[in-house]
Design a protein around this ligand. Structure first.
Ligand SMILES: [Zn+2]
Length: 66
């Protein structure tokens, strides 16, 4: 049996760990990535944090590669 309270507690702990990791990270290596449909961002290659919006020029370059 899955205890949802326990699952949610674990999820919260993992979310906090990710947050801490992203706070510590210097985001040295950034890549353009589609986070979800219609949402393409500069994302840190290491911690996966969505950082900033690419310029239209950068977006064109990104989509051309595909
Ligand atoms: Zn990072």
């Amino acid at each position: 049996m899955i205890d949802m309270n326990d699952m949610n507690k674990r999820l919260k702990e993992i979310e906090r760990e990710i947050e801490d990791y992203q706070t510590e990270c210097k985001h040295k290596n950034q890549i353009i990535k589609t986070v979800k449909i219609g949402d393409t961002r500069w994302v840190c290659d290491k911690c996966q944090k969505a950082l900033s919006w690419p310029t239209p020029k950068e977006l064109n370059k990104f989509f051309d590669k595909k």
